[in-house]
Design a binder for this molecule. Structure first.
Ligand code: GRF
Length: 205
């Protein structure tokens, strides 16, 4: 069977992308007795030409694309252009991995239930507009939470509100800084994302 084609969308350093590429290289997305389907990372797309993740994609020999948003274009014009690039590449599934844009129409309708995102908190806590990067971990510490973690979820129009597909938890420790907490959470992201994609897309545990 032809592999399902996954596009990974990035904006920056690409450590989650790297985790997905390593999982693919290790055969975690291969077909097996339990799943006739396999999944191939067919495209890495960034909205910033200088994103470090593009170098990682290059090292893995993956097709790359850059689609920056021209200053004059509207959000829906950008999303239409993005949809066209993804459809041209015959993409079936999309994994957001640190993509710093909120997605809307016509992209969401073109890939219904087929866009996944990694968020660095235990959603529904600490999600929504503005809850990105260090702001998330600062908010977790300010709220004196005893644990945090990461969530893989479906992308819908409401930010960070789609169906939760998987979570991993980490403790918050005494004297934690946002940086230390972010690093602890990130290590779990790298384990959870390939696992959640494998189980949700291919039905494998
Ligand atoms: C991660 O913390 C992820 O949870 C969030 O953006 C960050 C991306 O990091 N959505 P990287 O580019 O994968 O290293």
């Amino acid at each position: 069977m032809t592999p399902l084609r996954l596009a990974v969308l990035i904006s920056g350093r690409g450590s989650n992308l790297e985790a997905l590429l390593k999982a693919e290289a290790a055969g975690q997305f291969d077909a097996s007795a339990k799943s006739l389907n396999s999944l191939a990372i067919a495209l890495v797309l960034s909205n910033h030409a200088e994103a470090g993740g593009l170098q990682i994609a290059k090292a893995f020999g993956k097709p790359r694309a850059v689609l920056e948003k021209p200053a004059f274009s509207s959000r829906s014009d950008y999303d239409a252009a993005l949809t066209a690039v993804l459809q041209q590449a015959q993409i079936d599934w999309i994994a957001l991995a640190g993509f710093d844009r909120i997605l809307g129409e016509p992209l969401l309708s073109a890939f219904p239930g087929r866009i996944l995102n990694m968020h660095p908190s235990l959603l529904p806590k600490f999600g929504g507009k503005g809850m990105v990067g260090q702001a998330v971990h600062q908010a977790v510490l300010a709220a004196a939470e005893q644990e945090s973690g990461c969530t893989v979820h479906e992308v819908i129009a409401d930010v960070d509100a789609g169906r939760v597909l998987g979570q991993a938890r980490v403790p918050v420790v005494l004297g934690d800084t946002p940086e230390a907490l972010a690093a602890r959470v990130l290590a779990q992201e790298h384990l959870l994302y390939p696992q959640a994609i494998r189980s949700h897309v291919l039905g494998l545990l």
